[in-house]
Every structure is written in C-alpha cells, then in structure tokens.
Write a protein that binds this ligand. Structure first.
Ligand code: GLC
Length: 558
C-alpha cells in the first residue's frame, strides 16, 4: 500500500472532482486515499471538518452520500482503498445530541460530560495538558443553556462525548457500519487517545480507550470484516504501540497507527545531522505487533509536536527540554544556520512547548528564490525523509502537495476561520499548474514527483519491505548515518541514510557480514561499487535501499 492524504476540496474540488484526478494518483503509485473529514461539519470554523454536525450527511459543497458511495466504488475498481475520518472524541456543538442536551433532554445530557460548577473541572485541569493553548485555552466551556460546564478538550464548539455511557458506543457502532456500507475501507479513529477521562491523569491513553476500540472492531469484524481501523494517537513514544494491540488487546484493536515518533526523529536527525538520538529512541520502541502496522509519514495536516522522550534524550547526553527547544528554534528558522521555513504553532508559555507547522518542502528549506545549491540540498532532504518513512515498515502516506514540493501557502490566513490556525499554511490547494510539470525534470515539481513515484514503485517491487519484517537499527554506525536492517524470508534489506551534507563512509564489509553478497541499490538501480579500501561513500543526504542484486534476465514478480 502507498498512501496519499488530502482535503477533497483542496485536491479535486468535490467528490466527483476527485474522480477526475485518479490518473494523477496512479502516476504517483497511490493505493490508499485518505480524504480529510467530509461528513457534514458545523458552519463557520470547524477545525478542518473535525467538528461534525451530522455523521450521515456529506459536506454539501463536496457532494452527496451517493457521490461518496460512487467514489468509493470507483476507487475500489482502481485498486485504491478509501480512508475516512471517524471523529469520535467529540461532536460539534450544533450536532443534534448537543442541541437536545441544551434543550434539557436528560438522555442526551448523558452523552456529554457536564458539570454544574467549576469544582470538578478545576480538579481535572490540575493534570490536563493544553491542546490549543492559544486559541482554546482550558478544557471546559460554560454553556448557559446547560447551566453548567461541558468538557471541550479542543475548541469550545467541539463537545467531548461521554464514552462511559453505552448509548454513545452503540451510536458509533451504527455510524461505523453505515460508513462501511458506503464502501469506506479504513476508518481513522480521530483523537482516540482522549476518549476516556480519569481524574488525576492527563486523560489520554487510559486502558478503557483500548477496550472501546476492541468492542467497535469486534462488531465490525462480524459484518464488515475487511474494514480496517487506524488509530490517530499522537502521543508520547512509550504510549504508542499499545494502539496496535498489546496484552489482552493483542490483535483486537487498531490495525494501523501513526508512527509519530519516527516522523519526529526524521526531522530531528536532519536538524542535528546526527542519528544518535534517533537510533536510541527508535531502538527503545517495541516493534509493531505482527497483527498491525504503522502509518509512516513525514508530516500530516497537523502541526509537529516534538515528542522527544526525556530518557532517550538523557541517554545521548542532551535534555528533552533543551532538544525540544532546539527543534522548535530550528524549524521556525530562529536557530543560527537553520534552513527551515516552519511556523510556530501554539506556543505554550507555561511548558515552553512550541509546535511547528509547515509543508515538507518548507520544513526542509526549499525556497523559490534560493541558490541552486540550497535548493538541491533541500530536495535531497525531502527525498531522504520520504525514503526513510517508506522503508521503515507500514503504510507510507504522503501529504497532498508534498509530492510537488509545494511550499507553505502564503495566503493561509485569508479564509474565514483560519486566521489563528497556521496549520492551514501546510494544507495548500493542490497546484495543478505544478502538477502538469510532473514529468519535467527541470522543475522542482518534476524532481520531487518523480522521486516519490520512484520510491512508491521500487517499494512495491521489494517483498523485503513487507510489514511483517520490522526495521532494526544497526548499532555502532557513524553518527551521520542511519542504517536499518529488515530480515524477510525473501531476502535481506539494508537501508542506508546519510543525514548530513557531507559524504559519509560506510564499510561494504558490514553489508556482506549481514548476508548481502552482491549489494544492489534498488532506488537507483545499480550495483554498489567500492575502491580497494572496501569503503562505500554515501552521498550527501543519500538514501540507499540495499538488497541482493536481482538476477537480470530472470523474471521478477511483484
Ligand atoms: C485530530 C486531528 C486534528 C484535530 C483534532 C481534534 O488530532 O488530526 O486536526 O484538531 O483531532 O479533532
């Protein structure tokens, strides 16, 4: 599988409009299409559709329910799985359940967490982190019609549901089956980490979260067994793998989960030109259980939060706090020598956290008017980052526009409701003029598109990259190099990634010792050559996928 994520309106205008661009997606090698929230949201600001007013209607400007069914059917006929969001932590304030709760209906009041005064909210706030400290501080909103405070983790118009109420569970099971019947193949469980609240905790990753996922999945498996679930849990590294099922939940929760930690480490390695922390952090993480796999990505529609574990940082001689500060400085362009054009999202003066917005191209420093050498280095960083993600293990997902090297959208704040939310800078409309240049290697669009399409194509041809063979990190390499090994019955894979702008040596003997006799670089399509000293030289920001040389002449499958 090779994934692509976009907003329907920013990619194809409408759901029928997306159908006009399936050749484009096929050119890129896409087999998995995540269309961002498309069920009917509230009017006005709706957090990019994550404030759903009606789960059984499609956003009117995108089309109808029939259009959605039709698109899902067409995608299937072209070998593309449709992925849609299931926003289950909260509904829009305008959803009929919330409206009924405000009108005093006790049944629907029971769908939400409502408190008569500040006593319990204040107690919870003691340990609750701020999700949107700038534009939605606090986690509770006073609603006069409720005569009380309602739990609102995100914006004041996104009301958290009370998942301890079984009625909420059955409502959502019904919604899941309805979406499955339309042909949706993967459901992205939005903000799943937040669904269970417990006093004295950060109200994320509670054990009940996994029990709830298990119930929803069990029911779905009975009637629509091909539907897969994807956990959107952007949580600390040590809390991540549980979303793929561990302990009593093994094999019974989500099939897919975002590898947020890999994404953060990719950017960290590029900024520091060192793989020391990345090797430590990624080695410390348990591999994905065999029943599930990662969504690997370079960035998504959200900001990047610097999920650096303090213990990992300490193990390589830095502090978590200091390194997070460095990464925020680097990617906002504030650090001396930074090549990055990211934007600070939601600075939190209390914790010092500064998350970062930006497209892959802008984060990597690709500028329209930079020097050719600077542009070349940035393009190499973009390719390297995607090559690491695509060969890590799991389903790689490219964010719309990144395949053309699109920069941050300079007009991001012009749309109503977007003024305060610079995540819109990295959610640009797909630039179809650029897309038309995708075969022209003299253009940025052509270079990036052909690079990512090659990654998708070569990846699809290598059985070694099946998710069942997890990546292991080769210890003891030069700090400028990340070396990963995947052992699959069909053969060995060695990923070699140079995160610096200098040539880096790598002994050929190591590759032989691992068991690759005639090393072949699959991304470039050539045999690896060395001089008499037996040392390979990895080019600046080089990404090599090394496998046993395929026997030319012998037909290859896959
Ligand atoms: C998820 C979405 C994010 C949204 C939040 C609230 O994290 O990715 O965009 O703001 O949930 O729904």
């Amino acid at each position: 599988m090779f994934g692509y994520a976009c907003y329907t309106e920013r990619f194809g205008g409408t759901l029928p409009g997306v159908k006009e661009h399936l050749d484009y997606l096929e050119d890129l090698g896409v087999t998995y299409l995540h269309l961002m929230p498309l069920l009917r949201p509230r009017e006005g600001d709706n957090d990019g559709g994550y404030a759903v007013q009606d789960y059984r209607a499609v956003r009117p400007d995108l089309g109808t329910v029939d259009d959605l069914r039709d698109l899902a059917t067409t995608l299937r006929s072209r070998g593309i799985s449709l992925v849609v969001d299931l926003v289950l932590n909260h509904v829009a304030r305008e959803h009929e359940w919330a409206v009924a709760a405000r009108s005093g209906d006790p049944v629907h009041r029971g769908y939400f967490h409502i408190f008569p005064d500040r006593r319990l909210p204040d107690a919870y706030e003691q340990t609750l982190p701020e999700v949107f400290p700038e534009f939605a501080p606090g986690s509770f909103t006073y609603e006069p019609e409720l005569d009380g405070w309602v739990w609102t983790t995100f914006n004041r118009w996104q009301w958290d549901l009370n998942w301890s109420n079984p009625a909420v569970l059955t409502e959502f099971v019904d919604i899941v089956l309805w979406l499955a019947n339309l042909g949706v193949e993967v459901l992205r469980l939005d903000a799943i980490a937040f669904v269970w609240k417990r006093m004295g905790t950060n109200c994320q990753n509670q054990p009940e979260v996994h029990a709830i996922t298990q119930v929803i999945r069990a029911v779905t498996r009975i009637v629509a067994p091909a539907v897969a679930f994807k956990a959107e849990a952007i949580v600390a590294p040590r809390d991540l793998v549980q979303y793929l099922g561990t302990g009593t939940h093994a094999g019974r929760v989500s099939d897919l989960a975002y590898h947020n930690s890999l994404m953060v480490q990719i950017w960290s390695m590029l900024a520091t030109r060192s793989t020391a922390l990345g090797r430590q952090a990624l080695t410390a993480l348990p591999p994905a259980p065999s029943t599930g796999t990662w969504i690997t990505y370079v960035r998504c529609h959200d900001d990047i939060g610097w999920a650096i574990d303090d213990h990992d940082a300490a193990a390589v001689g830095v502090t978590g706090e200091g390194h997070r500060r460095f990464l925020a400085d680097w990617y906002s362009g504030a650090a001396p020598g930074s090549w990055s054009d990211g934007l600070v999202f939601q600075a939190n003066p209390v914790t010092g956290d500064r998350r970062i917005s930006g497209t892959a191209a802008s984060l990597a420093g690709l500028r329209e008017r930079g020097s050719p050498a600077a542009a070349d280095a940035a393009l190499r960083r973009v390719f390297l980052a995607h090559a690491i993600a695509a060969a890590w293990g799991g389903v790689p997902v490219v964010w719309s526009g990144d395949e053309l090297g699109q920069p941050n959208d300079p007009g991001w704040m012009e749309e109503e409701g977007h003024e305060a939310d610079n995540r819109w800078a990295h959610r640009p409309r797909l630039d179809w003029t650029r897309a038309a240049q995708r075969d022209d290697m003299h253009t940025v669009a052509g270079r990036v598109f052909s690079g990512l399409a090659r990654i998708a194509r070569v990846r699809g041809s290598l059985p070694q990259l099946h998710a069942s063979a997890p990546s292991q990190i080769l210890p003891g390499t030069d700090n400028g190099v990340l070396a990963t090994v995947r052992r699959h019955p069909s053969g060995l894979f060695v990923g070699l990634y140079n995160v610096t702008e200098q040539l880096r040596p790598f002994p050929l003997g190591w590759i032989h010792a691992l068991g690759v006799n005639r090393p072949y670089e699959a991304l470039g399509g050539y045999d690896l050559q060395v001089g008499a000293d037996g040392i390979l030289l990895l080019p600046p920001y080089g990404a090599w996928w090394v496998v046993e040389r395929p026997d030319i002449g012998e037909p290859r499958t896959g």
